[in-house]
Design a protein around this ligand. Structure first.
Ligand code: NAI
Length: 256
């Protein structure tokens, strides 16, 4: 079995992925706020350091896989600190341990939301790696009443960071494939409130059309991530794979 670190294992997609990999014989080191092997807050610099140190401690310095799955979706600055800076810190912090493995793989969890209207200032600050600037920009977005742009901003930033990093000497050059899945709307505790509210449900049906099989469960996304971090995936780098029932193709059309 392989040794894989996964963030967000206390709930939803991360939890389902951890169960799936453990059943297949892998050793999973789960990271989450609570109910995890390593309890740490990916929303703070100290928490990120603790997460990386805790995983390295348990893994013994070598990792076959890392999945940055933890995320939040509220219209608050936390969405930017966890979804972008937390994911980047986990991936970057564990990269040296991946580089020591024979067939290492890494993945992040983006979103179809990363293709939706965002805030350019938040995006730029994220890509500059400037968290204070990102927080300042996020505060302005909220003041303008556009807090719902923070989630798309965070997921777009993560995807753009990943595309650039994946082909750098540190990742591709070190033989570590780095890719992402981007789900549509998935039935998890995160999306539960949307399904519970008929108005939100109608907005969601329009914003994220999924002609193939409609709303999926977390196991569908977990399967795709499991493949991205498996030895079977040997030649893919920097791809954001939409596992979204056709939402991205529907929304963006045939031009690629
Ligand atoms: P979830 O809410 O069920 O699970 C997210 C997990 O991340 C939770 O266990 C939570 O405690 C953890 N987490 C949140 N903040 C954290 C922090 N500061 N430090 C450590 N752990 C933290 O959500 P779900 O649906 O499983 O989401 C997983 C990923 O999939 C997220 O990145 C989300 O943005 C993404 N996604 C989800 C979609 C959906 O419709 N559910 C759609 C597209 C993307």
């Amino acid at each position: 079995g392989r040794t894989v670190a996964i963030s967000g294992t206390a709930s939803g997609i991360g939890r389902t992925l951890a169960e799936m990999l453990r059943e297949r014989g892998d050793t999973v080191i789960g990271v989450d706020l609570r109910d995890a092997d390593v309890c740490a807050d990916l929303g703070t610099p100290e928490g990120r350091d603790a997460a990386v140190a805790g995983v390295l401690d348990r893994a013994g310095g070598t990792l076959d896989g890392v999945v940055a799955c933890a995320g939040v979706s509220g219209p608050t600055p936390l969405t930017v600190t966890v979804n972008h800076f937390g994911a980047v810190a986990l991936l970057d912090g564990l990269r040296p341990a991946l580089a020591r493995a024979e067939r290492p793989r890494a993945a992040a969890v983006g979103s179809i939301s990363g293709t939706q209207p965002l805030d350019e200032d938040v995006l730029r600050a994220c890509l500059d790696g400037d968290e204070p600037a990102a927080l300042a920009a996020a505060a302005k977005v909220i003041e303008r009443g556009e807090g719902n742009r923070l989630y798309p901003s965070s997921k777009s930033a993560l995807a753009r960071w990943l595309r650039a990093a994946s082909v750098s000497p540190e990742w591709a050059g070190a033989g570590v494939p780095l890719n992402a899945v981007a789900p549509g709307v998935v039935r998890t505790p995160m999306s539960e409130p949307l399904f519970a509210d008929p108005k939100m449900r109608a907005v969601m049906d329009r914003a994220v059309p999924m002609p193939l099989n409609g709303y999926a469960g977390p196991e569908v996304i977990a399967e795709a991530i499991a493949w991205l971090i498996s030895p079977a995936n040997s030649h893919m780098a920097g791809q954001v794979v939409y596992v979204d029932g056709g939402a991205e193709a529907s929304l963006r059309g045939p031009d690629v």
